[in-house]
Design a protein around this ligand. Structure first.
Ligand code: ZN
Length: 146
């Protein structure tokens, strides 16, 4: 069911500061900055090599990301695996008895369809399944042309 690691999600208090930090390691390619009001967060995909980093910043103290950072500090938040068919991938997870956070796919960064699996079921790491449309599947997924 896995095609590749689509991205690694990192929780941060400041996307801009994190981009500056990554730039110390080498040149990076920035995806678009997206505000996802429904989940109270901002996200930006940053291509650093073959696996992009998704920087996630809370929009307010009500954000789950804020709670995550308060509890565990900034850092690794989730690993996202690309799948061809997210409904099929979810069905498989259900069959295998994995605890799903999303019973149905929902819209994610750059118009992808995503669903999360509980960290208690997978290596202690929040796990995201991602299905991307052909033509919208090249990292950093929504290049910033500005
Ligand atoms: Zn993600």
């Amino acid at each position: 069911m896995f095609k590749l690691v689509d991205h690694i999600g990192v929780a941060t208090r400041s996307i801009d500061a994190s981009v500056d930090t990554l730039r110390k390691l080498g040149p990076v390619e920035l995806g678009e900055l997206e505000t996802i009001e429904r989940y109270n967060l901002k996200a930006r995909m940053v291509r650093t090599g073959d696996v992009p980093i998704e920087l996630i910043e809370p929009l307010s103290e009500e954000s789950n990301i804020h709670a995550f950072i308060e509890k565990r500090g900034e850092g690794l938040h989730h690993i996202a695996y690309r799948v061809d068919d997210i409904e099929q991938a979810l069905a498989r997870c259900r069959e295998q008895g994995l605890r799903l956070i999303d019973e149905k796919p929902r819209p994610g960064y750059a118009e992808a369809l995503v669903a999360f699996v509980h960290p208690k079921s997978v290596l202690g790491v929040l796990t995201e399944l991602v299905q991307r449309e052909p033509g919208k599947d090249q990292a950093p997924y929504a290049p910033d042309h500005h």
